[in-house]
Design a protein around this ligand. Sequence first.
Ligand code: ARG
Length: 468
Amino acid sequence: MTKETTTGTAKPWGGRFREATAASVEAFTASVHFDARLARHDIAGSRAHARMLARQGLITDSERDQILRGLDEIEAEITAHTFVFRPELEDVHMNIERALVEKIGAAGEKLHTARSRNDQVALDLRLYLRDEASRFDELLTDLQKALVELARRSLGIIMPGYTHMQRAQPVLASHHFLAYYEMFGRDRERFVDCARRINVLPLGAAALAGTGLPIDRESVAAELGFNAVSANSMDTVGDRDFAVEFASVALLAHLHLSRLAEELVLWTSEEFRFITLADRFCTGSSIMPQKKNPDIPELIRGKTGRVLGNLVALATLLKGLPLTYNRDLQEDKEPIFDTVDTVSASLAITAELLRHAECNQPAMARATKGGFMTATDLADYLVIKNVPFRQAHAIVGRIVAACIKQGRELTDLSLADLQAYAPQIEKDVFATLSMEGSVASRLSTGGTAPPRVEAALRQAEERLGMVP
Ligand code: ARG
């Protein structure tokens, strides 16, 4: 059985080859179905490169102008979705270059002077991730605002704080939400820091060793807004550490989202009922008429696996890879794109979801009953009365054990009951045993006392530009 095995498409490397590329090879090696996403950045890089070539006398001003006009046309076609990407031209770089040559002829054939796809693809990916890092900063900022708004709406509501998922000490619900504000704030810092290392110009490294042609990398860096020019051409075309870093920073943000998602799933359950999500952010069941399911947080939790998987894929790509460029590196793009899409969508929808979520104060208040959450406060009270903390801990432990046996709460005990365990206890103890008293006492920096939380909230609002 014979079959057509080549498409007969001319390749830039055709001079050395005695037969056309097998169609199966074209299909296997093609990346344009995913790297077409880099087209805008590829064109931006080519514009800057062409201008530099003209400044350096490597092409004429007229050739530069033809190139720029051709690139403008190609960009317009891509925007209008009329540009046809051809898989037999492998990748976005060769598709655009070929289209340029078809449009303007000989001048187009000069664009690739002193450039390799190896430095070109590194440039495109850096430009792309630089844009994404700043978009992620905006998404994270918006999510922080949604959390701060929820914290503001929930001010004054007391809920159980948990350790080991057991009721531990009472806290303000706003304090809980502001914890996530802090986490996403660190994610923002990590994106900014990562963007600083992304923002280094790779173009001019050429294939791997630099070029003998008189290029001017510094001027290209300035035009494209890079804050440095890469120092070693082999490192430049061979590494993708910046992509691994981006994927790991994005993973951390998604881990934070996933923790919040888990709490939303728990908190919307009948067992908790701490929070209510708007109907339009939930889904129902095809069989159980009563159901209102928190699918959004569940999906966010579920997507953590692929975001981690993408990071593992990228790290594995680099493991044991000899210098410099190897075709393996083409495999960097799909995990990066998937991480960008998954994490950005999750950040955006979480902000939207939170804007339509409300705390259920009575349910939170009910949950503060039972669980002896002010036991630490009682021990601290004894410390103030000069009982060493370890002894105080043991005394309160015995009181709690007795309460459990008698089915009573700490607040059910009389002064005489308490004094039987510790004669130092006086009637001012009862302020200590209330949820309000406990929360109010936690004035240490970073603690949950209302004035602390209000100040933290105000500071967050100021930082986010939310105060008029
Ligand atoms: N599509 C390639 C990639 O994504 C571009 C660079 C190819 N370079 C090469 N010499 N084959 O890595």
